[in-house]
Design a protein around this ligand. Structure first.
Ligand SMILES: [Fe+2]
Length: 117
């Protein structure tokens, strides 16, 4: 068995609450920068209690040459924060061919998603 086999995908039961949805906000605001957003529980909010919550989420960028870059990670404090991350890119969005995300629920484990751009 490989560790990656334990990671749950957008096809897994419970996906609505756990899959890190990746959105791109192109040319955002006055600075016209690109923002990549992760939202966990976009369609169905995930529980947000000490006993059951999203612990962290992380965003990766896959460059055109295949190199994987860790773009940012956030730890969430249950009840005080929501599992949403906005990451501002300092390089053109076109340098990436995909974005990947991981999220971790303290009850239901590790979840992944990939958005090709
Ligand atoms: Fe969960």
């Amino acid at each position: 068995m490989k560790f990656t086999e334990t990671i749950k995908s957008p096809e897994t039961e419970g996906k609505e609450k756990h899959v890190p949805v990746i959105e791109i906000d192109r040319a955002h605001g006055k600075s016209k920068t690109d923002i990549v957003r992760i939202i966990v529980g976009k369609d169905v909010p995930h529980p947000n209690t000490v006993e059951h919550h999203i612990v962290w989420a992380e965003l990766f960028g896959v460059k055109q040459n295949g190199q994987v870059i860790s773009l940012g990670r956030t730890d969430f404090t249950p009840t005080f924060t929501s599992p949403i991350i906005n990451i501002r890119l300092n390089i053109p969005l076109e340098e990436f061919k995909a974005f990947g995300a991981l999220s971790y629920c303290n009850v239901h484990g590790l979840w992944e998603n990939l958005l090709e751009v």
